[in-house]
Ligand binder design. Structure first.
Ligand code: NAI
Ligand code: MG
Length: 345
């Protein structure tokens, strides 16, 4: 039976890196019984300019029918005044993640042999951040009063539900159990007491089901210190939407940068497609020049294969990337040269 994959290349370097990701997907699954059937969707800033569509309910309904979504990046150059700031991000990307209830934002951070880290003594870095994806301060729960007066009041109220926290915490425990069996909750419960205590109690309660997983807690500020001074202490980190957003950019920085950072927007109920994408954006500054590193998009394919229950194909992609990285010299390669090299390993 075929696996039906929606492909959204998007804007800027999105189509360039996705072309290589698809190349590697096809090479890595050539010997699998399951065949991938690809359907391309045009979405993003360019598509909005051409058609006026951000993400229609009709397109959303079509996307829902696929087994998974492979996504490049969307967004215009910061100076492009033809596109209202934040329009595509909110009405396309966030609409997609919220509609498909992608409650897990999975972001692995691994320092591959051969990749320079900005840290003097990085040690072995290999952890995953399980970031909550549908709640927290990103839900748009707020407003502004007395706008443009000296008395303006702006609120952005973080939403944390028992259901939402529990499902992401349970997923993080499961991932920890399959790895080095250590879970670190990152929050700020000494100040953000209401949400913080819900997270803490939930970790305590769900932890009873996972007695073999060691639980640690760090405040977000301390976590940023340890990520730089002692990143090898982390195995699985579970945290809220905002803390996870910031922490994963730092994690990408200490593990060699944005060209390598992969992610999954996942719903483990599997009634909707999960979406896999590089963490980076559309990089308008290098778009169309074959300068983008497609590795992050390719590693996102590995996460997707794992999620779809094809662990051997996922390992093939992962190992090909590791081999390619280990052999990378200083010579510049084009986006498609990197993709060709990884696809052939
Ligand atoms: P960005 O990630 O696109 O670029 C930041 C810097 O990293 C740039 O100098 C870029 O050249 C470099 N870079 C990014 N990916 C790279 C790669 N694969 N290889 C080599 N260099 C790479 O972030 P920026 O500039 O803040 O945003 C550009 C546009 O992308 C904006 O419209 C923004 O809203 C959007 N964006 C979209 C995201 C998504 O679709 N999930 C995520 C982040 C930003
Ligand atoms: Mg971010």
């Amino acid at each position: 039976q075929a696996i039906s994959l929606a492909v959204i290349p998007g804007d800027g370097i999105g189509p360039e890196v996705i072309a290589e990701a698809v190349k590697v997907l096809q090479a890595a699954t050539a010997t699998e019984a399951a065949k991938f059937e690809l359907t391309e969707y045009k979405l993003g800033a360019e598509h909005w300019l051409a058609s006026g569509e951000t993400l229609s309910d009709e397109t959303l309904a079509k996307l829902r029918t696929h087994d998974a979504i492979l996504f490049g990046a969307v967004g215009a150059a910061p100076g492009d005044t033809r596109i209202p700031s934040g329009l595509i991000e909110r009405e396309m990307l966030l609409k997609l993640r919220f509609s498909l209830d992608h409650y897990i934002n999975l972001r692995p951070a691994k320092l591959f042999p051969g990749v320079p880290s900005p840290l003097a003594d990085p040690g072995e870095i290999d952890f995953v951040v399980v970031r909550e994806g549908t709640e927290g301060p990103y839900v748009g729960n707020g407003g502004a009063l007395r706008v443009d007066t000296p008395y303006e009041i702006a609120t952005e109220v973080s939403v944390n539900t028992a259901h939402g926290v529990e499902r992401v915490v349970r997923d993080a425990f499961r991932r920890a159990q399959a790895r080095r069996r250590k879970l670190t909750l990152v929050h700020k419960h000494n100040v953000l007491v209401h949400a913080g205590h819900l997270w803490r109690r939930t970790v305590e309660a769900v932890g009873q089901e996972f007695p073999d997983v060691a639980v640690d807690y760090l405040h977000i500020d301390a976590a940023t210190i340890f990520m730089v001074t002692d990143p090898s202490r982390f195995d699985v980190i579970v945290t809220d939407n905002l803390f996870g957003d910031i922490l994963t950019d730092l994690a990408a920085a200490v593990t060699g940068g944005i060209g390598l950072a992969a992610s999954g927007n996942i719903n483990m109920d599997r009634t909707v497609p999960s979406m896999f994408e590089p963490v980076h954006g559309s990089a308008p500054d290098i778009a169309g020049q074959q300068k983008a590193d497609p590795t992050a998009a390719i590693l996102s394919v590995a996460l997707m294969l794992e999620h779809l229950g094809l662990p051997e194909a996922a390992t093939r992609v992962q190992e090909a990337v590791e081999k390619d990285i280990a052999g990378r010299g200083t010579a510049a390669r084009t986006t498609s040269e990197v993709g060709d090299a990884i696809a052939s390993l």
